[in-house]
Design a protein around this ligand. Structure first.
Ligand SMILES: CC(C)=CCC/C(C)=C/CC/C(C)=C/COP(=O)(O)OP(=O)(O)O
Ligand SMILES: [Mg+2]
Length: 578
């Protein structure tokens, strides 16, 4: 190796001061550095600084707001109307949510659900259809109401199996399929998942439904289940779909389009600000080997924080995501083991006085993280008096230690047993960094219990990170294996069990389902976590499902992710407001 000084066997633990450092080593590394592995030829971002700065939908925001306010009032009258049947009310709430409008009607929806609860008979559903029952179950659980799965009792036979006769009710089966994703561990409603999927596929195959219904069923079965998808990223698609359904609620449709356009203006402004930050810190030009994914990460942050009133969360999380991506590329590809040891040490100490031990590219990287994270902590303290820096830095240090562990396995050609691998890989998917920053950014009351849980494998967080990890590996492993990487849960499991890749993939999907059912519990039960934070942990998982839905939608920058980004940031809906 040209810079052989960096390929000495390492002997440092991260708690010891690196001792083999000298200014000569740093000088050599600065002059001769070559990436440890062949770089995977990441393309420069197609979303240039000029592109971002040129965004501007130039809409008359004040007029739009005024029109939206009037439409909103009319929709509010519909939700609060006294003579609406339960089924119609549930369908209205479902449409509002799918169109991305729930934040406007949170109180109204809650009131409406309390009203429905007070009049519904949950034990005896005689006279109530499967569609209505499944819709009620799904909406109530998503809103944190602990409705029992016994609500489906009358659709089951004496043995507790779903009755064969309900399988011809296509609308009912579709809603049952979606509702099954709200199942908790040990609940039998999960059986409805395979039951409804199989019957719906058979009905489609046998041509037993009209073309429109067949199209709807195909879309549901091939896409992500609603409970696992991000309505913010799918907003345009949902609005277009709703537009085509007859009959539709015109008020709602117009409001959804206006709201989409107004949100787009805010996204454009937030992104322009982020682009100035990104340009100012200069990493995209200084560290060319790393992925520049500012725009993708901004979209990702919208999936984690879909609330329109959280621009600070969107911006700070995007920055955090971009910095994680850079260090992911440093630990996975660019850095030598010695450099990674030194970098981990400096991150652990969070001490600018240690940076002389690092080659220049790592000094830049460290200072970018140091300044950004200190800036976030400063703003949180200034605005709310919360001292979060030690927790933020701890999350970065845990992340880097996990990356280092993975790098050591790779350099020593070790493929660890699956459970050991997953324990580490769960940390290095960076959920801990993302959720620690999110907790301080979004929560009003900070508690010791939650702070403790953030670094101590609480099962809600562990489920969230496991799904994030496995979803990533299912989508990115093909490229990673091609690049010669062995740090992948699919490889680790294949190595341990000698099962073929296909079986491992199938098994991982069942693991994801299992972890989801643990997560669902936190929607309906009281826990140490505020409900807003439970939503963030769940949205993190949803965001991974969406981004990796068609493969590595993050690393590859393919046409699908590009179209999704443009559909959110560039094109407006024509509306009646000029
Ligand atoms: C908005 C926000 C904070 C979003 C989170 C996105 C983010 C930065 C995730 C971290 C992990 C990562 C870099 C995954 C993709 O790369 P990879 O497949 O190379 O990751 P791997 O090396 O762990 O497999
Ligand atoms: Mg990966």
């Amino acid at each position: 190796m040209e810079n052989s000084v960096w390929s000495l066997p390492y002997c440092l633990s991260t708690t010891q001061t690196p001792s083999r450092f000298s200014s000569q080593l740093v000088a050599d590394a600065n002059k001769h550095h070559i990436p440890y592995r062949t770089p995977p030829n990441f393309q420069p971002s197609p979303f240039t600084r000029e592109f971002i700065q040129s965004l501007g939908n130039k809409l008359p925001i004040e007029t739009l707001q005024e029109t939206a306010r009037k439409l909103e009032e009319k929709v509010r009258v519909q939700i609060n109307g006294t003579n609406m049947e339960s089924l119609n009310l549930l369908e209205l709430i479902d449409d509002i949510e799918r169109l991305g409008l729930s934040f406007k009607f949170e109180e109204d929806i809650n009131k409406a659900l309390l009203k429905i609860i007070s009049i519904e008979n949950f034990e005896d559903r005689i006279g109530k259809g499967l569609h209505e029952t499944a819709l009620l179950f799904g909406i109530l659980r998503r809103h944190g109401f602990d409705v029992s799965e016994d609500i489906f009792m009358s659709f089951k036979d004496e043995e507790g199996k779903f009755k064969a006769e309900i399988s011809n009710d296509v609308e009912g089966m579709l809603s049952l399929y979606e509702a099954s994703y709200l199942s908790l561990e040990e609940e039998s409603v999960w059986e409805a998942n395979a039951f409804s999927r199989t019957h719906l596929m058979n009905l489609m195959k046998e041509g037993l439904m009209d073309t429109k219904m067949a199209e709807k069923v195909r879309h549901v079965l091939e896409g992500l289940p609603y409970h696992r998808s991000c309505f913010r990223l799918m907003a345009r698609e949902c609005i277009n779909r709703y537009d085509k359904i007859e009959p539709h609620n015109l008020l709602l449709l117009e409001l959804a389009k206006l709201d989409f356009n107004m949100q787009q203006s805010s996204y454009q402004n937030e992104l322009k600000e982020l682009s100035r930050w990104w340009w100012d810190i200069g990493l995209s030009t200084k560290l060319k080997f790393a992925r520049d994914r500012l725009v993708e990460l901004y979209i990702w942050s919208l999936a984690i924080f879909p609330e329109p009133h959280l621009p600070i969360c969107h911006k700070e999380l995007t920055k955090v995501g971009q910095l994680i991506t850079i260090i992911d590329d440093i630990y996975d590809i660019y850095g030598t083991l010695d450099e990674l040891e030194l970098f981990t040490y400096v991150i652990e100490r969070w001490n600018v006085n240690s940076i002389n031990t690092l080659p220049d590219y790592l000094v830049l990287c460290f200072l970018a993280i140091y300044n950004t994270v200190n800036g976030i902590a400063y703003d949180i303290f200034k605005e709310r008096g919360i001292k979060c820096l030690p927790y933020l830095t701890k999350s970065w240090s845990n992340l880097c230690k996990a990356y280092l562990q993975e790098a050591k396995w790779f350099h020593n050609k070790i493929i660890p047993p699956f459970n050991e691998f997953l324990q580490n890989a769960r940390i290095l998917i960076s959920g801990g960094v993302i959720l620690t920053h999110s907790y301080f950014l979004v929560s009003k009351d900070i508690t010791e219990q939650v702070l403790h849980s953030l670094t101590n494998h609480h099962d809600m967080l562990s489920s969230s990170f496991t799904i994030f990890r496995l979803t990533n590996d299912l989508a990115t492993s093909t490229d990673e294996i091609e690049r010669g990487e062995t740090s992948n849960s699919i490889i680790s499991y294949m190595h341990e069990t000698t099962l073929p890749e296909e079986n491992v993939r199938r098994y991982f999907k069942t693991l994801i389902d299992k972890e989801w059912r643990i997560l669902n519990k936190y929607l309906v039960m009281d826990s140490i976590f505020p409900k807003s934070f439970v939503q963030v942990a769940i949205n993190l998982v949803r965001s991974a499902h969406c981004i990796y839905q068609y493969g590595d939608g993050y690393g590859r920058q393919d046409n699908i992710s590009r179209r999704r980004i443009e559909s959110l940031l560039v094109y407006t809906f024509p509306t009646n407001v000029s």
